[in-house]
Design a protein around this ligand. Structure first.
Ligand SMILES: *Cc1c(COP(=O)(O)O)cnc(C)c1O
Length: 422
C-alpha cells in the first residue's frame, strides 16, 4: 500500500498535489511519502514481534538524509556498504550500535572509520578482508565484531544482476570454507565473531530460496556453536520483493516472511538482523515527469518524457517494469499502446515498451511508480543533465530534500589544467 492516489481527479502524494510540486520544483523530480515509509517500516518490524530483531535499512536503496532521518525516528538501524553511507547514516541520527557494514571491497580507511564510530558489526566477505580488518583493529587497540557473510549457493530466482547467493557470485565466503574461517577468526586478536550473515539477492518474490538459505545457515550456526564459537545473532540480509507489476508479481507479505523466519529460527536463542531496502522505500516514491512530445514512429507511438535513464536507471539496467500513471485521473478506460522514452541519446533510455496507457498530450504529467528504492541513488548527470531533485511529502506539507543543482555547479566540478587556461 502507498499514499499516492487520486483526489478530485488528480494524483496526490498524501495531501499534496503533484501538480503543485511539478509547478514549484520542476520536473523530473522524485517524490517520497513519509506515511508510506513509516508504514512499511512498521509493518516489516511488526512481522518480527516476539523475536529480538533489529531492522537495519539498506541505505543503498535510498540514502537521502531526510529519508534516513524519517526511518531513524522510527528506530531503524542501517546496513551500509561504504564510508559515505556510514557517514550518511550517522548524520541522519542512526546510532552506531545499530549500523552494520556490508560489502566485498571495504578499504582499510573505511574500516577504521567504522571502528572509530563503534558500529554493531562488520559483515566480512572474504578471508583477506578478515586479515586487513584484524590489523586495522589491532593498530587502533580495538576489537572488531564480525559476522561472516556466507554464500549458501542458493538460486534466488531473481534478475541475474541482483542475485548474490550463488557460488559464482562475488559475494560472501564459500559455503565449504565457512567453518575454517571462523576457526581463523578465533586466532586473530583484533576480531571477535558474533554472528553469521547471509544475503542471497534482491527483489525475491518467493519464500522458497530464503527458506533454503536460512535452513542452511541454521545448520551452520549449530555446528559453529558445537565447536565453541559464540554465535549470538544471525543477519538474514534483505531482498524481499515488491509488486512492481501487480499482474505479474505477488511477493509474500512481510507477515508471511516473518512467520517463515520464526518457524526456521524461532528457537535458536539468538537475535536477528534484517536488512530490507526496497521493501521499505520502493513503493514510497515516484518519479514525476512531464510529457514533452508525442512522436508517431513507423509502427508505434513514442511518448517522450523529460525524465531519462540517468534519473531512473532500473529499466535500462535490470529490464525493470515500472507502472506509469497520468497525474490527471483518466476519464475513461480507453487506452493505447505507447513506448515511454527519455531524452538521453541511448536506445536503452526506455521506461516502457508497448505499454497500454490512457492517451496523453504534451504538457501532461506522469508518475513512474515504485521508484523510491534504487532510483535517485543510481542517478547520474549523463548527457550533462542536472542531477534529479528529491522531495519529501508529509501529510499536507512538502520539502525539497535534495535540490536540483545548476548547470554551473555541475560544470564547475571540472577544472582546466594550466596549459589550457586562456
Ligand atoms: C542490497 C542489499 C540489501 C538490501 O536489499 P533489498 O532487496 O533492497 O532489500 C541488504 N543487504 C545487503 C548486503 C545488500 O547488498
Amino acid at each position: 500500500m502507498d499514499h499516492f492516489s487520486y483526489q478530485n481527479g488528480e494524483m496526490f502524494a498524501e495531501n499534496v498535489s503533484l501538480k503543485t510540486i511539478a509547478r514549484e520544483v520542476g520536473t523530473p523530480v522524485y517524490v517520497y511519502s513519509t506515511a508510506t515509509l513509516v508504514r512499511h517500516f512498521k509493518v516489516f518490524s511488526e512481522a518480527f514481534s516476539g523475536l529480538d530483531a533489529l531492522v537495519c535499512f539498506a541505505v543503498k536503496a535510498n540514502s537521502n538524509q531526510a529519508v534516513l532521518a524519517t526511518l531513524a525516528a522510527e528506530g531503524a538501524g542501517a546496513d551500509v556498504v561504504s564510508e559515505g553511507e556510514l557517514i550518511r547514516a550517522l548524520r541522519a541520527g542512526i546510532p552506531a550500535d545499530k549500523i552494520v557494514f556490508s560489502g566485498v571491497g571495504k578499504k582499510a580507511g573505511e574500516m577504521a572509520a567504522a571502528l572509530k564510530a563503534g558500529i554493531k558489526q562488520f559483515n566480512v566477505e572474504s578471508e583477506p578482508e578478515l586479515e586487513v580488518l584484524n590489523s586495522v583493529a589491532e593498530k587502533m587497540g580495538l576489537i572488531a565484531p564480525v559476522s561472516v557473510r556466507v554464500n549458501p549457493d542458493v538460486d534466488a530466482k531473481t534478475h541475474h544482476k541482483i542475485a548474490t547467493g550463488k557460488s559464482e557470485n562475488k559475494f560472501g565466503i564459500a559455503w565449504s570454507k565457512a567453518e575454517d574461517v571462523y576457526a581463523r577468526i578465533a586466532q586473530l586478536p583484533g576480531l571477535r565473531a558474533t554472528g553469521v550473515d547471509v544475503h542471497i539477492g534482491s527483489q525475491l518474490t518467493d519464500l522458497g530460496p530464503f527458506k533454503a538459505a536460512f535452513e542452511k545457515v541454521l545448520g551452520l550456526v549449530k555446528r559453529l556453536r558445537a565447536s565453541g564459537h559464540t554465535i549470538d545473532h544471525i543477519d538474514l540480509g534483505g531482498g524481499l520483493g515488491i509488486p512492481y507489476d501487480p499482474a505479474e508479481e505477488s511477493p509474500p507479505s512481510p507477515g508471511l516472511y516473518g512467520a517463515m523466519i520464526k518457524e526456521v529460527l524461532g528457537d535458536m536463542d539468538c537475535s536477528i538482523i534484517l536488512e530490507p531496502g526496497r521493501l521499505i522505500a520502493g513503493n514510497a516514491g515516484i518519479l514525476l515527469s512531464e510529457l514533452l512530445y508525442v512522436k508517431q514512429g513507423e509502427d508505434r507511438i513514442f511518448y517522450i518524457v523529460d525524465a531519462a535513464m540517468n534519473d531512473l536507471l532500473r529499466p535500462a539496467m535490470y529490464d525493470a517494469f515500472h507502472a506509469i500513471q497520468p497525474v490527471d485521473e483518466p476519464q475513461s478506460d480507453h487506452t493505447i499502446a505507447a513506448d515511454f522514452v527519455g531524452p538521453v541519446c541511448e536506445s536503452g533510455d526506455t521506461f516502457a515498451t508497448g505499454r497500454q496507457t490512457p492517451e496523453l498530450e504534451p504538457g501532461d504529467l506522469v508518475t513512474v511508480k515504485s521508484a523510491g528504492a534504487y532510483g535517485a541513488v543510481l542517478s547520474s548527470t549523463y548527457n550533462t543533465r542536472e542531477l534529479v531533485p528529491e522531495v519529501l511529502v508529509n501529510d499536507d506539507k512538502y520539502a525539497v530534500v535534495r535540490a536540483r543543482p545548476s548547470i554551473d555547479d555541475l560544470i564547475g566540478l571540472d577544472k582546466l589544467p594550466d596549459w589550457l587556461t586562456r
